[in-house]
Design a protein around this ligand. Structure first.
Ligand SMILES: [Zn+2]
Length: 301
């Protein structure tokens, strides 16, 4: 489980730094009052801090006062969107749901709802408009997402970039078909989560010609068969998020998600998921999958 800390800092004036462990850094909001039930507190998003602050109390270098631990513990990601971040805190002091909401420029607010963590995390509901492929498995997906930087607007298209480079293993490209490509999702919802895309950078279904569409669907069909033989899932979620509002993380380049499912996976994954394990298993999975694809007889096209 990632850790969080709330540091009381007396410089330049007293404030509380609310820090969430996300990979190697601590995402940080500066609060004008300690979080607690009742009125939301103002939160100003500030730069990521080094993870050393998880365990540090004392003077801050550069004569910038002293920090003391106000609260610390572990948390689970519930939601992580550009304008809304929700985490279930299990701290010495704070036990419950903290919701950070963007309001203006760097200004956010933090609302805290006390509750029993283990119980509450199952009852966190999504509003209907939030129910996208992202949200369906978000609570346990977030623990892996925290381990790597997610693509942001303006980033180059990782599918096109991977195709242009030659290091398929590094780019997690499992298959280059004539008109389509298969990439392991670096931010998987589940083990074996693949993205199947046309080779061409096209964001609209109508832009695909029949050959591209057919080749993409053929790759999708082939990957399901390969995953079947390799991992024996009980089922799959397969889908296309079309457009940003539908949850497409990379709106400019169409891609179909292939997510293997096992009975009970949403129950055990949040508990067992550890970012390090997932990073290893991505590489392991890549090797297994590409070895299996090489073994298979070439598919008639
Ligand atoms: Zn692209």
């Amino acid at each position: 489980m990632p850790r969080f800390v709330v540091l009381k800092h007396d410089h330049p004036e007293t404030h509380w730094d609310f820090m969430l462990e996300a990979g190697a850094v601590l995402r940080t909001w500066r609060l004008n009052a300690p979080p607690g039930p009742g009125r939301p507190v103002e939160a100003v998003v500030t730069f990521d801090h080094r993870a050393v602050y998880l365990d540090y109390e004392g003077p801050v270098s550069g004569n910038r006062g002293t920090v003391g631990r106000w609260d610390a513990g572990t948390f689970a990601w519930v939601e992580d969107k550009a304008e809304r971040v929700a985490v279930m805190l299990s701290g010495m002091h704070l036990q419950g749901l903290a919701v950070l909401e963007f309001s203006d420029v760097e200004k956010w607010s933090l609302r805290f709802e006390p509750g029993n963590c283990a119980h509450e995390i199952e009852s966190v509901g999504y509003r209907a408009e939030d129910v996208t492929m992202d949200a369906l498995w978000a609570p346990w997906r977030m623990s892996y997402v925290a381990s790597a930087r997610r693509p942001v607007e303006g980033d180059p298209c990782f599918i096109c970039q991977g195709l242009a480079e030659e290091d398929d293993r590094h780019n997690l490209i499992a298959l280059r078909a004539p008109r389509s490509v298969v990439v392991l999702n670096r931010f998987p919802y589940n083990n074996g989560h693949l993205l199947v895309a046309p080779r061409q950078h096209k964001g609209q279904l109508h832009e695909l010609d029949t050959d591209e569409l057919l080749d993409t669907m053929e790759s999708l069909r082939r990957m399901v068969r390969t995953l079947d033989s390799l991992m024996r899932p009980a089922g799959y979620n397969i889908g296309l998020n079309l457009g940003e509002a539908a949850g497409a993380g990379l709106p400019g380049h169409l891609h179909w998600h292939v997510v293997p499912r096992w009975h009970g996976d949403t129950n055990f994954m949040p508990v067992l998921a550890d970012s390090k394990v997932i990073v290893q298993s991505l590489e392991t999975l890549y090797d297994l999958l590409t070895a299996r694809l090489r073994e298979e007889s070439p598919v008639a096209r």
